[in-house]
Ligand binder design. Sequence first.
Ligand code: SF4
Ligand code: SF4
Length: 217
Amino acid sequence: MNVQYKPKRNLLGTIFQVEILQGMALTLRKLFSPPITRQYPEEKPPMYPGFRGQHALVRDPLTQESKCIGCMRCATICPSRCIHIRCEKDTRGKEVLQSYSIEALRCVFCGFCVEVCPVGAITMTEVFEYASYDRESLYFNKDALLKNWDKFLDESGHGEDYVNPFWRPRGLPEAELPAAQRMKVPEDWTIAGQFIGTNLRSPKQKITDTHTEEDHA
Ligand code: SF4
Ligand code: SF4
């Protein structure tokens, strides 16, 4: 074991208590340096596309109803089993969505449900402030999920045809993606640019979209 002994203090150091003066100088310096903490909730952190926030059911701009076709893919892939869907056949034998709910407290925010949806009906918004004092309000039923979508559009300023280009299965050629996930993808949005985290990005790769390294820090 490598034992390190404190260096012996000399007489002057003992008389003038140099360490105390050094500590006070440091405190004084920090007193006048700009704060490095964010004054939340007055100052909100910037959000970036791909943030796994509050779920929402996307409203179809034509019908103003949910775009969900009740295919059950999201409920099937969900590792937490926190998506519950009920469909019923209408008079023409077509499946019609009766209820859709997500238990947000059981969700692990993996985003699989969003990636797998063939029509872009479920999304994860950039809303992160939805703490609550009761469990019921975090059990999002269909109406609540549609309201989450309205609120997200209101606050973010996106149009009702907004599609988050981040939520696409990665590594698939563009042509193999469902139509809903091919929409609104910026031209400079490369697959490499979607990788977040140093494990997935080689040192030579740079984020090519509008987000900087600082945004992801
Ligand atoms: S984000 Fe993951 S855990 Fe949460 S509802 Fe979707 S699939 Fe389930
Ligand atoms: S994957 Fe999409 S369309 Fe299918 S049930 Fe889920 S939200 Fe609805």
